[in-house]
Design a protein around this ligand. Structure first.
Ligand code: CO8
Length: 259
């Protein structure tokens, strides 16, 4: 598939994906959806790639939401029959390898929801997060009401969904919606540097660490702790575990085989 609305670049083991509709504040239309789904599926399947960064082009927006112009005249039956946006759940959320959202400017509606699908968000000091769908007579439809509530708690999530108020970067960091805030000029470098750090880790351990932290969202404590123990036990059978521990004892960097 050739892309018209996103840019994809491989920098060593890091895939950089950029939503590229700056004239529409990177609004997510069905073409962006299809291209992002394809790019994430390819990233996940490519053994040379170990971490990805998703960002928006231009300084003004990560993504200002689903494309309102495309949705405006669409009948409800089309949303239902096309199962609008379900592809993101399948191709983007289900990636086994890690990815970071690098957010500058607006991350609103579907844009905020996509950012929250990332394993974590690094925000520029210009970032603004919000779920303003209520002002359009709708509500979040790509997981926002669920992920935002889990990330920032009921009070803030409820206020944001009911009023459409935006949260700035400082508040998002205090509320644990983002892992950290950096100056806008440094955002991409910081995100790529962090991705390169992750890409240099043992690949199976990376995938299993991701799975473990996600379990905390998706299961009760006892089930999560049991699953963590089993996944830990699986990692102890890898060659990279033998190498990582030997390298520590021998005071040298580990060399990973990915098995
Ligand atoms: N969709 C389409 N076009 C958009 C969008 C959008 N979400 N956001 C901005 N644009 C376009 C504008 O129409 C404008 O285009 P044009 O120049 O052709 O008029 C261009 O981008 C620049 O935008 P503005 O002139 O409005 O820029 P401002 O700086 O004045 O304002 C804002 C910036 C505040 C971000 C403003 O653009 C805005 O409020 N945008 C809409 C934000 C919004 O409501 N987002 C939620 C959309 S609904 C959604 O995401 C639902 C997801 C779940 C769907 C799942 C279904 C199952």
């Amino acid at each position: 598939m050739s892309y018209e609305t996103i840019l994809v670049e491989q920098r060593d083991a890091v895939t950089l994906i950029t939503i590229n509709r700056p004239q529409a504040l990177n609004a997510l239309n069905t073409q962006v959806l299809a291209e992002l789904s394809d790019a994430f599926a390819k990233y996940d399947a490519d053994p040379s790639q170990r971490c990805a960064v998703l960002t928006g082009s231009g300084e003004k927006a990560f993504a200002a939401g689903a494309d309102i112009k495309q949705m405006a005249d669409k009948p409800a039956s089309d949303f239902f029959l096309e199962d609008f946006f379900s592809g993101w759940q399948r191709d983007v959320v289900a990636t086994r390898k890690p990815w970071i959202a690098a957010v500058a400017g607006f991350a609103l509606g579907g844009g905020c929801e996509v950012a929250m699908m990332a394993d974590f968000i690094i925000a520029a000091d210009t970032a603004k997060f919000g779920q303003p769908e209520i002002k359009l007579g709708v509500a979040p439809g790509m997981g926002g009401s669920q992920r935002l509530t889990r990330a920032v708690g009921k009070a803030k999530a409820m206020e944001m969904c009911l009023t459409g108020r935006m949260m700035d970067a400082a508040e998002a960091e205090r509320a644990s919606l983002v892992s950290r805030v950096v100056p806008a000029a440094d955002l991409l470098d910081e995100a790529l540097k962090t991705a390169a750090t992750i890409a240099a880790m043992p690949p199976m351990a990376t995938m299993i660490n991701k799975e473990m932290v996600n379990l905390a969202f998706e299961s009760g404590l006892n089930q999560g702790v049991l699953s963590e123990r089993r996944l830990f036990q699986i990692l102890t059978a890898t060659e990279d575990k033998m190498e990582g521990m030997a390298a520590f004892v021998e005071k040298r960097p580990g060399v990973w085989k990915g098995r």
